[in-house]
Ligand binder design. Structure first.
Ligand SMILES: Cc1ncc(COP(=O)(O)O)c(C=O)c1O
Length: 452
């Protein structure tokens, strides 16, 4: 036990140590159990990936994580370039979050949601309202990113009375029915459920150049005029994340925001991936000159626990009116005390440790290392991103998956992005060290050599 605790304490800024095949035997046993028990919706995907990449795609199974390090069931040590889908922005198992959770667990594990809230839920609401980039903000809490987007979409409908939504090809906002209708990432996600989804969604292209930015703005304007039901909201990611890490051209978000204002359409900024310092500032859209009416936060907010929030201008949130005796939008675990203290501790850490500046400087360093690799390897077709949200695009989806696999065997955890998986997305903890990032760039170089 003492040895295990010491090993855990040492984790965080270490380089990988791989002692077995990846996955090793203990992981493989757990994956067999997973395959025998998990809904095929999740498990079959690995078989398809294996087919496409020509390599086995069984995952490792995590047993512990601290900072930027992860241990698997075979005691192999990895560097996590995913931060668990961007959730561990302050590093896995940050001591301040763990301490807050321990204290809270001994005090109050669960309260009565919207009927009789926990004290710490009230504190979190106040903290988030203060954080919002507009005065007098109102906040709705949730557990997942999808919850926050659902809350924003409902709010926009109540405020405008218009069910139309403009969303982006490649956009990803979670898979509850509300956000799923606006999921441009992959039509195959929507199609089986189309009969139950909002039919009034128009998808426009997410722009990556000035010229395309102008075309997209024209397409948005056209949709606003041509959708007969009326358009209540434009839902946008300030940088397209899961869709392939696409950074829009300068000025696009500002102009989109101005267009929405002119036409009386609400702008919902989905900052679930980009916000809370990953791209350098609390709200990436605001830094780019947009003035969103509603902002969705999730992922990093809970420091590893499921917490999300929809922040709205008071005049917009007022649209919920007086719902009488019943809360119109609630859930048993919204504002859960453990999530609330984890989020409060996370916000403290994000501010105290100056992680925005770190995200920008480490992001620049990593991008320059990757750009050097691009000059040497034609298999890399693009390197892009903002802060520590970076995408490495390679020549094909099969290559992207193969490289991800090779990187895992070398001790680096990455996540594929883009509908055809040709982008290796990098969203490491903002606390990751430059040494760990350099080791990753070296490993990617070696993996590319191996496939040349
Ligand atoms: C931009 C964005 N919005 C929303 C979501 C959905 O969040 P969740 O998976 O917590 O529902 C994600 C998840 O990847 C995301 O990247």
């Amino acid at each position: 036990m003492v040895q295990e605790a010491e090993a855990m304490d040492a984790l965080g800024a270490l380089l990988p140590e791989i002692k077995t095949a990846v996955p090793g035997e203990a992981c493989a046993r757990l994956i067999d159990t997973l395959a025998a028990t998990e809904c095929p919706a999740l498990t079959m995907r690995r078989a398809r990936r294996a087919e496409r990449s020509g390599a086995q795609q069984d995952p490792i199974v995590w047993t512990a994580a601290r900072g930027a390090n992860v241990l698997d069931a075979d005691a192999n040590r990895y560097v996590d370039l995913s931060a668990g889908f961007g959730a561990a922005s302050i590093g896995h198992g940050h001591p301040r979050v763990v301490h807050a959770l321990r204290q809270q667990a001994g005090r109050l594990l669960h309260a009565l949601g919207d009927l009789q809230p926990a004290d710490v839920k009230v504190q979190l609401l106040q903290r988030l309202a203060q954080l919002a980039p507009f005065p007098d903000a109102r906040v709705m809490l949730g557990l997942s990113g999808a919850d926050a987007v659902e809350a924003a979409l409902k709010t926009a409908l109540l405020k405008t009375g218009k069910p139309g939504v403009i969303a982006f090809e490649g956009g990803y906002h979670g898979l509850h029915h509300g956000p799923l209708a606006a999921c441009g990432y992959n039509a195959a996600f929507r199609e089986p459920f189309a009969a139950q989804l909002n039919p009034h969604v128009r998808f426009v292209r997410y722009p990556d150049t000035h010229e395309r930015g102008a075309q997209t703005l024209a397409a948005v304007e056209d949709a606003i005029f041509s959708m007969e039901v009326g358009v209540g909201a434009v839902l946008v990611e300030p940088v397209l994340g899961r869709g392939g890490v696409v950074v829009p051209p300068d000025g696009f978000l500002r102009e989109l925001s101005a267009l929405c204002r002119r036409r009386g359409v609400l702008l919902i900024a989905d900052e679930i991936m980009t916000g809370l310092l990953r791209t350098g500032s609390l709200f990436s859209s605001v830094t780019e000159g947009a003035e969103p009416d509603l902002i969705c936060l999730g992922k990093a907010l809970g420091g590893g626990l499921p917490v999300s929030a929809c922040l709205g201008k008071a005049e917009v949130m007022q649209a919920w009116g007086d719902p009488g005796n019943e809360a119109l939008h609630t859930a048993t675990f919204f504002g859960h005390p453990l999530g609330a203290v984890a989020a409060l501790a996370t916000l403290d850490v994000l501010q105290a440790e100056n992680l925005g500046t770190r995200a920008l400087s480490l992001g620049e360093h990593l991008r320059s290392r990757l750009t050097e690799l691009r000059a040497e390897h034609t298999l890399i077709t693009d390197v892009r991103g903002k802060g520590l949200l970076i995408g490495v695009e390679v020549a094909s989806g099969a290559l992207g998956l193969g490289l991800g696999r090779d990187l895992l065997a070398r001790g680096f955890i990455t996540v594929p992005a883009g509908a055809d998986a040709r982008v290796i997305s990098l969203t490491p903890p903002l606390t990751i060290t430059q040494r760990q990032l350099d080791a990753f760039a070296d490993a990617l170089g070696a993996a590319l050599e191996a496939c040349a």
